[in-house]
Design a binder for this molecule. Structure first.
Ligand SMILES: Cc1ncc(COP(=O)(O)O)c(C=O)c1O
Length: 365
């Protein structure tokens, strides 16, 4: 596939190119919690593999999983729709969006939204994002989405990928009046310290034009299992469900999801641990990266950050890959960024030190 990847986390292809095993790579090109999945996920996977979740067709209504999600968010189960990762749900969001009119997509932004819109010939226009927003704390979205809007559908990412900017709920709320449909991707929000206070989920009952999409893959380090969910008005979600194939979430993922959500207090405690890691490693990395010559880290509220330089960072990324087996996210596929930018997903403290050491070595050459 060459180096212009539209997603991070391409371990198998990179390992094949480098002639090593995927497990020998330190992958900071995707932004997953490095200490997941929790031990009981492995245990419930083993158990599920021996019992009904492997042998039988999944429950088509995913009643157990919906109940768990509903309990977590204080909604009725028909306000929740589990998906094969958030990515699968974008496909159905895009079908809705294409029918509603012109979509507005922030640029730089997540490449999966145009991918999903292209499935339905959905029209969209880019909304260039100011790159100097201070993502270290919640910031207003008014500057990023100035009135009047030209478009019917707004796709939001909170916190934003790739900048890590965290939009305030107060600044997003007026946008709900301006668009026929708002799709809010909160895939990374549970990883952000103080992030839940900015979630649009509490606004759902008053806004039938709002859908929130979440992911469990980053939070629990289960990207291979695939598990996400949408929150929205029941009629809309029932329509999405009617468009899909019969069992979009496999039985093992559904069983693990039910286990993960069985105890809301355990979920919150996991989020607390993750958020402390994001806050601690983010602040530390920011400080250390700012001391390196030739690169500037951008502030970020999320578990990843951007670095930029006055020159191409492609040779640096390639050297890290070749000489250190460290993968950073190439930003050339993000419209408006290009080769002078890289994105780093936070790792364990030990591995963040390893990334810094490698960067220092390569920048000092
Ligand atoms: C902003 C954003 N939303 C959603 C996703 C996809 O999440 P999932 O793994 O649940 O499909 C990603 C993956 O990188 C992402 O960056």
């Amino acid at each position: 596939m060459g180096s212009l990847q539209r997603h991070g986390g391409n371990q198998a292809a990179t390992a094949a190119r480098l002639g090593c095993r995927p497990s020998q790579l330190l992958d900071a090109s995707a932004s997953l919690v490095p200490f997941g999945p929790p031990w009981f996920v492995r245990r419930s996977l083993m158990w599920a593999g021996l019992t009904a979740p492997l042998r039988a067709y999944p429950d088509r209504s995913y009643a157990g999983l919906r109940r768990g999600l509903a309990r977590l968010h204080g909604l009725e189960p028909d306000w929740l729709l589990p998906g094969n990762g958030a990515a699968e749900l974008f496909t159905w969001a895009a079908r809705d969006a294409a029918a509603a009119g012109l979509s507005v997509l922030a640029q730089p932004g997540f490449a999966d939204y145009p991918r999903a819109l292209a499935c339905w010939d959905g029209a969209w226009r880019p909304q260039p994002l100011p790159m100097q927003v201070d993502g270290s704390a919640a910031v207003g979205a008014a500057q990023a989405y100035p009135a009047p809007p030209a478009g019917e559908v707004l796709w939001l990412t909170n916190p934003h990928n790739p900048t890590g900017a965290l939009w305030t709920r107060a600044s997003l709320e007026p946008l709900l009046q301006r668009f026929h449909l708002v799709i809010a991707d909160e895939a990374f929000l549970p990883l952000v310290p103080g992030g839940e206070a900015q979630s649009l989920i509490p606004l759902l009952p008053m806004h039938p034009n709002l859908v929130v999409i979440r992911s469990l893959t980053k939070l629990y380090g289960i990207a291979g299992l695939r598990l996400g969910y949408a929150l929205g008005h029941p009629e809309r979600l029932a329509q999405w469900a009617s468009w899909r194939d019969p069992w979009p979430v496999n039985g093992l993922a559904a069983a693990v999801g039910e286990r993960l959500l069985a105890d809301p207090a355990a979920y919150r405690s996991w989020c607390g641990r993750v958020q402390r890691w994001t806050g601690r490693e983010g602040a530390w990395l920011q400080r250390r990266l700012a001391q390196l010559p030739g690169i500037t880290p951008l502030p970020s509220a999320a578990n990843f950050l951007l670095i930029r330089a006055e020159h191409s960072l492609v040779p640096l990324r390639q050297a890290l890959e070749r000489r250190h087996h460290i993968l950073l996210r190439d930003c050339r596929s993000f419209e408006g960024l290009g080769e002078n930018w890289l994105r780093i997903g936070y790792q364990s403290h030990r591995n963040n030190r390893r990334i810094l050491r490698a960067l220092r070595q390569e920048l000092g050459r």
